[in-house]
Ligand binder design. Structure first.
Ligand SMILES: [Zn+2]
Length: 596
C-alpha cells in the first residue's frame, strides 16, 4: 500500500509552518499510517487543554540556564545533565509546529543556538571533562543532542543545527567501532551498554536527513554490538525468551529506547528481523508488564509476568518509560497501520501520560502510583523533560492517512486536514468524548471523491455504530470500521459508541482488588470527593455489574476536571456511595478497590 504524502493544501488557517525540512533519502519501508501534519490541525477538549498547560505551565517555564550551564561550564553537575536541552528542543519544536506560538519559537531559538555554540571543534557536545569522555552517560547525552537538534532543524530549517549534528555523528563514527584504536560502545554506557547504544534512533535520522551512508553503517554497528559477549543481547534474547524481563538488566526506559531505534532502522533498511524483535517486545510488555493505566516499570525496571505493584513505594511507571512506550507503540502503528497500537496509544495518553501532569500547573510526576498521592514537581529531572515530549506528540497520534484513505484514531473535538489518494480531506469533529460517546464528523474533500474513512472501534466498547449518507454501519471492537464511498464536501458521519463501564481484575499483585474503567479512562476513588470515606483501602464497588451515575455536582469548586461518577459501594463492610474521577485528574486516591 502506498501512502500519499504530497504537501497539503492548507484549507484551514495554518497557525504554524509545516516542517521545513524533509528527509533526503527515502525509506525502504513505506509507513502504513502517516500522522496528519502538526500544522493546520486543532485539538480541543481535554487533550487540547492539557497541551495548552504543557506549553504555558511547563515548556515556557523551562529552566533555560539550568539546562544549558552543564555545556557552558563543564563538567555538568550531574552525569546526564546534558539530556535536558535536547529533550526540550524536541518538545518545543513539536509544540511550535502545532501552535505557531512566537514565545516558544523565541525560547527554542535561543536554546538551539546556545547548544550549537557549546560544541567543541572536534564535534564533542557533552558535559564531561576530556579525561572522563565517553564514560557513564556521555553517549546518552549526545543522543539527546541529536534528537533535539534534528527536530529543531526539521521544524525550522536552521542549517547550523544539522551541521552540529553531522559533527557529532562524525565524532561518534571515529570514536566507536571495532577498528584499531576505537572504543567499544557497550563499555561506554550504563545498563549493559543500552544507555549508549540507544543513540541508534537519532543516528538513523541523521542518515535520513544527510544521506551519508556512514551513519547507517554506524547504526548496523550499534545493533551488532548488542550481540557482543559483553552486550545486552537484545535481539537474541527477545527472540529466544520473548521476554523483556529476561533481557539484559530489564531496565525499561533504556531498552525501549533501543527498540524505538530498531523500528526506525527497520524503516530505513527493511530488515524484517528488526521489526519482528520490536513487535515481540511490544507484545510482551502489553500482555505481561503493563499497568492498567498504560505505563510500565516498577523502580524503572520491568518486573516478572503480571507483577505490577502500584503503591507509592513501588515507584510505578517512570515518566520516561511512559513516553518511550508511547514512542515504541507509535512506531509500530506507523509501520503496520494496525488498530491495536492506536488502541494502546489512546489508553496511555488518557491515563498514564495525562495522569503524570498536574492539570493546573503543568508540573510532572517522576513516578505515578495507582494507589496513593501524586507528587508533581517543576525543576530538572529526566521525567520532567520527557513527559512534555509525550504530550507534544498527541497531534501525531490522533488522525492521519491510512491505506490511501483517512483514519480517525482518537475521537477529539477539533479539525484536521488528511491527505488521501483522492486529495486532501478536511475533517471537523464535534464531540464531548470521553465524557460522552457520540461524535459528529463533517468530511470535506476538496471536491467529490471516493475514498475510505477508517474509524477506530475501541476494544472495550459494547456497541459502536456510525451513519453516513443515510446508511448505518456497525463496528467490531478492536477493528477499523471502514466506510468507503463517494464523499462530497460537507458530508456528515454520526458516531455513537457505548463507553462501557467495566471491572478490571487486580492480577497477581492485587488478587483482592478491582479497578473500574469507563471508555478509555481508568477511574480512581479520590479522597477530595469522598470526605466521608476515612480509609480508601476499605472501599470497593458493591457489585461486579458496575453502574455509573453522573456525580459532577460533587466536584469541589476549584477542581480541575469535569467528570465524576457515583457507584453503589461498600465502605468498611457497610453499604455507601463512592465517587470516582478519572485517574488523570486524581490527586489522593486509589485505583485498586476491594473486589465485590
Ligand atoms: Zn525519567
Amino acid at each position: 500500500m502506498k501512502l500519499f504524502l504530497a504537501a497539503l493544501v492548507c484549507a484551514l488557517p495554518c497557525m504554524a509552518a509545516q516542517p521545513l525540512k524533509a528527509p533526503v533519502v527515502p525509506d525502504k519501508v513505506a509507513d502504513q499510517f502517516a500522522p496528519a501534519p502538526y500544522g493546520g490541525q486543532r485539538i480541543e477538549g481535554i487533550l487540547g487543554e492539557r497541551m495548552r498547560v504543557n506549553l504555558e505551565g511547563r515548556l515556557l517555564h523551562v529552566d533555560e540556564k539550568g539546562i544549558l550551564e552543564c555545556f557552558e561550564h563543564r563538567p555538568g553537575a550531574q552525569e546526564w545533565a546534558g539530556e535536558h536541552a535536547g529533550k526540550f528542543l524536541h518538545a518545543a519544536a513539536n509544540t511550535w509546529l502545532y501552535t505557531g506560538d512566537g514565545r516558544i519559537k523565541t525560547l527554542m531559538d535561543r536554546v538551539a543556538r546556545a547548544l550549537v555554540a557549546a560544541q567543541l571543534p572536534d564535534g564533542y557536545l557533552g558535559t564531561y571533562l576530556d579525561e572522563q569522555r565517553w564514560t557513564s552517560w556521555d553517549v546518552w547525552v549526545h543522543k539527546y543532542d541529536l534528537i533535539g537538534l534534528i527536530a529543531y532543524y526539521q521544524a525550522t530549517g536552521f542549517g547550523p543545527a544539522l551541521d552540529a549534528s553531522r559533527k557529532i555523528g562524525d565524532l561518534l563514527c571515529r570514536t566507536f567501532g571495532t577498528g584499531p584504536g576505537q572504543r567499544d560502545i557497550v563499555k561506554s554506557g550504563t545498563h549493559v551498554g543500552m544507555a549508549a547504544t540507544s543513540i541508534l534512533e537519532p543516528m538513523v535520522n541523521l542518515y535520513r536527513f544527510t544521506g551519508d551512508r556512514k551513519y547507517l553503517d554506524f547504526c548496523e554497528y550499534l545493533v551488532r554490538s548488542w550481540s557482543q559477549p559483553n552486550g545486552p543481547g537484545i535481539i537474541e534474547s527477545l527472540n529466544a525468551s520473548g521476554s523483556v524481563f529476561r533481557t539484559a538488566n530489564a531496565k525499561a526506559y533504556e531498552m525501549m529506547s533501543n527498540l524505538v531505534g530498531l523500528a526506525e532502522l527497520y524503516r530505513a533498511t527493511g530488515n524484517p528481523a528488526y521489526l519482528r524483535t520490536a513487535q515481540i517486545a511490544w507484545k510482551d510488555i502489553a500482555t505481561h508488564r503493563l499497568y492498567v493505566t498504560g505505563t510500565t516499570s516498577s523502580s524503572e525496571h520491568f518486573a516478572g509476568d503480571g507483577v505490577l505493584p502500584g503503591e507509592e513505594a513501588s515507584n510505578v511507571g517512570e515518566g520516561c518509560a511512559t513516553v518511550t512506550w508511547l514512542q515504541l507503540t507509535w512506531q509500530l502503528l506507523r509501520l503496520t497501520g494496525e488498530p491495536q497500537y492506536a488502541e494502546q496509544l489512546e489508553h496511555t495518553v488518557y491515563n498514564a501520560l495525562l495522569g503524570a501532569q498536574d492539570p493546573r500547573t503543568g508540573d510532572i510526576c517522576y513516578f505515578t502510583p495507582l494507589n496513593g498521592r501524586k507528587s508533581p514537581t517543576p525543576g530538572i529531572n529526566c521525567c520532567v523533560s520527557s513527559e512534555p515530549r509525550g504530550i507534544s506528540m498527541i497531534p501525531q497520534l490522533a488522525w492521519g492517512s491510512r491505506a490511501a484513505g483517512a483514519a480517525v484514531l482518537f475521537y477529539v473535538p477539533g479539525r484536521v486536514n488528511v491527505s488521501t489518494a483522492s486529495g486532501a480531506v478536511a475533517i471537523d469533529v464535534k464531540t464531548n468524548y470521553p465524557a460522552e460517546g457520540s461524535a459528529a464528523l463533517t468530511v470535506s474533500p476538496e471536491k467529490t471523491a471516493r475514498f475510505a474513512l477508517y474509524l477506530r472501534v475501541p476494544e472495550w466498547t459494547a456497541r459502536f455504530s456510525a451513519t453516513a449518507g443515510g446508511r448505518a454501519y456497525q463496528g467490531a471492537p478492536g477493528q477499523f470500521l471502514t466506510i468507503e464511498r463517494e464523499w462530497k464536501p460537507g458530508d456528515q458521519v454520526e458516531i455513537d459508541m457505548d463507553l462501557t463501564a467495566r471491572l478490571l481484575p487486580g492480577g497477581p499483585s492485587y488478587p483482592y482488588g478491582a479497578a473500574i474503567a469507563r471508555g478509555p479512562q481508568v477511574l480512581a476513588l479520590e479522597q477530595a470527593v469522598n470526605p466521608g470515606v476515612l480509609d480508601l483501602q476499605a472501599a470497593g464497588p458493591r457489585s461486579a455489574q458496575v453502574k455509573l451515575a453522573d456525580a459532577r455536582a460533587s466536584l469541589p469548586r476549584n477542581w480541575r476536571g469535569a467528570q465524576a461518577y457515583r457507584i453503589d459501594g461498600v465502605v468498611a463492610g457497610k453499604p455507601g456511595d463512592l465517587t470516582l474521577v478519572p485517574f488523570a485528574d486524581a490527586r489522593v486516591y486509589r485505583v485498586w478497590l476491594l473486589k465485590p
